[in-house]
Design a protein around this ligand. Structure first.
Ligand SMILES: [Zn+2]
Length: 82
């Protein structure tokens, strides 16, 4: 599990990868490595294969409730673009 110091990223599936209704906004702990891992896994368990994820500069669309519930600590400041 990510600890509270882990930066969080907002991602959703790119258009065309899934239906519009499935394009909710998921929360992903930022990868520690400089290179992107093969798969990104959201806090809710949703997996993004390479090329499927769209990084969001700010919350857009419908947030994933499960991701929101699993944020290690309520840190809304981490979700803002810096
Ligand atoms: Zn999610």
């Amino acid at each position: 599990m990510p600890d509270q110091s882990t930066p969080l990223l907002l991602v959703r599936f790119r258009a065309g990868v899934v239906g519009e209704r499935a394009r909710g906004c998921h929360i992903i702990p930022a990868p520690v490595e400089s290179a992107m891992p093969a798969r990104l896994v959201a806090l809710c368990g949703t997996e993004f294969a390479p090329g499927q994820a769209e990084l969001l500069p700010r919350p857009m669309g419908m947030p994933c409730e499960l991701c929101l519930l699993r944020i290690p600590q309520a840190r809304p400041d981490q979700l803002n673009a810096r």
